[in-house]
Design a protein around this ligand. Structure first.
Ligand code: RFL
Length: 403
């Protein structure tokens, strides 16, 4: 009789599910502390190194990456943003936040950061990473010996890694969040009732800063990503079909919504990405159960309104990597015990700012003259009150000292 061969089994102190910015940062922190771990990723190395998403990174996050030897590529190639500009009522309103605060943003496409983090984890620090995994399942999270099982691409066999801790870093569409919710965690959601057509254009930036067009026809955004590529957003109905947006309509709307007296027309270019995002947020509380700890989009999604998601993912990852290392190398439980609460304070603050900013972006396009009036008052206040400007800059840059 031919018996099926047993599933290959491995052991490592930590399994990290997902090789996005959160998972790779946790992995790098653990490797630097001498802790073994296994990263499991559904995508290929090439797919994660070429997936364009975020670009705006806050100064504290770059300092934290630098302190851990993870910012060499970023510091060599990132752009610096020192101002943003609102456009409303046909006028330009530059907001020079570096002049006001001495602080700035870094602009570095997320796929370049991921490329740097994978190289450092796998090629420099010798970390174990398995690409192309399928059907990932988490087991025995309430026990001291949880495990994660999966299939490898191209083979039928199931493999299992036994561990002491699981870091759920598998983003908004992963499996870790569901495991936590199954164990009683609460998920709170917010839907904006708004869509954004997210675009990438092979075109140089049309201004040397981010532009926010607050227009009665809807919001439009201009976000320089590199000398050759610019991200644009156009407010649209949620669930809209990208097919409703042929090239000419897109550029016409962008020119109209971002147009202002004295501003050059936008430099147009080939569109390489066109998809509709339904704007929504969620937060999972607590972010841990038993031996499972979530980090990044797996635990909280913040719509890309305020460019905060990657920053929150990095914040979680530093705390979780340090807490796991402290527990596994010295038996210190404190970091893991306080992990969820320490992350959630910043998460809720950024979520609140996102809602506040959403009204600023979209309020004039609601068709409600009362909301348009209050939105314009909110916009004007940024340019007439130093106190309001300072509060906006602090939240936009993520520079508060306490959350
Ligand atoms: P990621 O980056 O989604 O990585 C999760 C990884 O897990 C893999 N995966 C699995 N692996 C194993 N098993 C499974 N079952 C798995 N399921 C999924 C996935 O393939 C992936 O590789 O999550 P992470 O690490 O938490 O990072 C979060 C950020 O990616 C996200 O918050 C930002 O991209 C959000 N965001 C922005 N954030 C900013 O801070 N600044 C920005 O300027 C900014 N712009 C954006 C954005 C997000 C956007 N999209 C996706 C809506 C612009 C856009 C268009």
């Amino acid at each position: 009789m031919h018996l099926p061969s047993p599933a290959p089994e491995f052991t490592a102190p930590v399994v990290i599910v997902g090789a996005g910015p959160a998972g790779l940062t946790v992995g790098n922190v653990l490797r630097a502390a001498g802790v073994e771990c296994v990263v499991l990723e559904t995508g290929t190395r090439e797919s994660i190194e070429t997936r364009p998403r975020a670009g705006v990174i806050e100064e504290w996050a770059v300092q934290a990456l630098r302190a851990r030897g993870l910012a060499d590529g970023l510091l060599a190639r990132a752009g610096l943003h020192t101002a943003c500009e609102f456009r409303f009522n046909g006028q330009r309103y530059p907001f020079p936040y570096q002049r006001l605060t001495g602080r700035h943003h870094f602009v570095y496409p997320q796929q370049l950061l991921v490329t740097d983090l994978v190289r450092e984890y796998a090629d420099v620090r010798g970390g174990d990473i398995r690409f192309g995994v399928r059907e990932v399942e988490l087991h025995d999270l309430d026990s001291a010996r949880p495990s994660v099982s999966y299939r490898r691409d191209g083979t039928g066999s199931r493999e299992v890694v036994h561990c002491a801790f699981v870091a759920g870093c598998d983003g908004a569409r992963g499996v870790s969040r569901a495991a936590l919710v199954d164990h009683g965690a609460r998920i709170s959601r917010h839907t904006y009732g708004i869509g954004w057509l997210a675009l990438l254009a092979e075109a140089p930036a049309s201004a040397d800063s981010v532009l926010f067009g607050c227009h009665p026809r809807g919001f439009a955004g201009h976000m320089p990503r590199s000398p050759e590529v610019t991200r644009y957003y156009l407010q649209c109905p949620p669930g809209d079909d990208p097919g409703n947006w042929p090239r000419d309509r897109i550029w016409e709307e962008l020119q109209e919504r971002l147009g202002a007296a004295g501003a050059d027309p936008l430099t147009e270019g080939r569109l390489t990405e066109k998809r509709v995002l339904d704007m929504h947020d969620y937060v999972v509380e607590p972010m841990a159960h038993g031996r499972l700890f979530l980090a990044g989009d797996a635990a909280h999604l913040v719509a890309p309104i305020a460019a905060k998601g990657l920053n929150l993912a990095l914040h979680d990852a530093f705390l979780l990597g340090d807490a796991l290392a402290a527990r596994l190398t010295g038996g210190d439980e404190r970091g893991l015990t306080g992990y969820s609460q320490a992350c959630l304070r910043r998460v809720w603050d950024y979520q609140e700012f996102s809602q506040w900013l959403s009204e600023l972006y979209h309020g004039t396009a609601t068709g409600d003259p009362f909301r348009a009036g209050t939105t314009l008052a909110r916009l004007r206040r940024l340019f007439t009150s130093e106190t309001a400007a300072a509060a906006f800059a602090e939240q936009y840059l993520g520079t508060a000292t306490h959350y």
